[in-house]
Ligand binder design. Sequence first.
Ligand SMILES: [Zn+2]
Length: 154
Amino acid sequence: MTLTTHATLGAVIGHATGNSALAFVLAFISHFLIDMIPHGDTGLADSYKIHKRHKKRALAYVMVDAVAAIFFVLLLANTRDIVSMRTFSWGIVGGVLPDLIVGIYEITKTPLLKWFNTLHFYFHDFFVKRKGDVPLYYAILAQVVLIAYLQTKL
Ligand SMILES: [Zn+2]
């Protein structure tokens, strides 16, 4: 899923729990569960490894994804009366952290994080490997709808 989706879901979880530690843990777990829904980025990740032009495209996708997520989180933080900025923040941190760890693994290839990377993609590819992926365009549209719904819960 996009980082904006993970961040928004994390924020909602943080809001619902009202407890920082619980917000972090549940949002962290939510990342794996929502990533199981096929969301169009499998081709992106695989072509990244094959072709240089695709590599640029995958990197651009990650950059746009990350900056869009920052903007959206700032938009929420500045336009809503967030009851607890602490649980809001811990929810977001838990929601996006798995992808940060995967990114660090991709850069460093450290054996320390290999197991985490494997775990992440076990969930991420769970249905995609069995049923195939959906087109990225539709997946992003679906996520825009999901985010529009989730932000009403804040
Ligand atoms: Zn992920």
